[in-house]
Ligand binder design. Structure first.
Ligand SMILES: *Cc1c(COP(=O)(O)O)cnc(C)c1O
Length: 217
């Protein structure tokens, strides 16, 4: 069996059926994605709209495409026809544009709001007040359905720091879920920290290098 297939099977077995593995295929070839597809995997994550769209065009149409990277509003129109889940809703302006393009395509696009849990300055994401503001306006957006939160922990070795950031996301998730039945997705955890993320409530992990190998650059 191919290495990509071995890696993926191992992770899926390890995390069990209650956790969705999004195979992060950014920078990786169509051939590598096909290997994962051949063993039944259907969920793939990309962080660039252009790259995701060309892969969408080249691959079978029953793949669920996850957008996990920062989105420029002027590019939403390219992914609106086919994207399965947007993990990186990070502004009201973007929510309005996704809504507009979803309506144009006769779709309701499922989104997660990206919560800024890391103190890392370079990371995108919103604070609690900004998240609440978008959720308060959600009823105005017939083209989007917000079903949870996504978060990225700091790039540090200290597991306590990472775990505290995951816990922070879970606390806000539970607070929102209390009065919002649609809320059911916690997208947190990558190659280095998915076990810790699952321990802290994650049910969607985004794993790239541990499946497809290290990326160059
Ligand atoms: C690249 C990326 C991942 C996967 O990273 P790995 O460390 O390769 O597992 C997960 N989430 C986001 C948002 C990413 O950009």
């Amino acid at each position: 069996m191919d290495l990509v297939q071995q890696n993926l099977n191992k992770i899926k077995k390890e995390v069990g059926e209650s956790v969705l593995v999004v195979a992060v295929s950014k920078t990786k070839s169509i051939e590598s994605i096909k290997k994962a597809y051949e063993i039944g995997h259907r969920d793939f994550g990309e962080n660039k709209i252009q790259e995701m769209t060309s892969k969408f065009n080249a691959l079978p149409k029953d793949i669920n495409w996850h957008m996990i990277g920062h989105i420029q509003t002027n590019k939403v129109k390219y992914l609106a026809p086919y994207v399965s889940l947007i993990h990186s809703l990070d502004s009201l302006k973007l929510a309005k544009e996704i809504n507009k393009q979803a309506v144009k395509n006769n779709r309701v696009i499922e989104c997660l709001i990206q919560y800024k849990i890391s103190s890392d300055e370079t990371k995108f994401g919103l604070n609690e007040n900004e998240i609440m503001e978008i959720l308060d306006l959600e009823n105005d957006f017939e083209g989007i359905k917000i079903t949870g939160l996504m978060g990225m922990a700091s790039f540090v070795d200290n597991k306590n720091i990472i775990e505290n950031e995951f816990k922070k996301l879970k606390v806000l998730f539970d607070k929102i879920k209390y009065s919002n039945k649609k809320f059911n997705i916690i997208s947190m955890g990558m190659t280095m920290d998915y076990n810790l993320a699952i321990k802290n409530g994650s049910n969607v992990i985004r794993v790239g290098s541990k499946i497809f190998g290290e990326r160059n650059g």
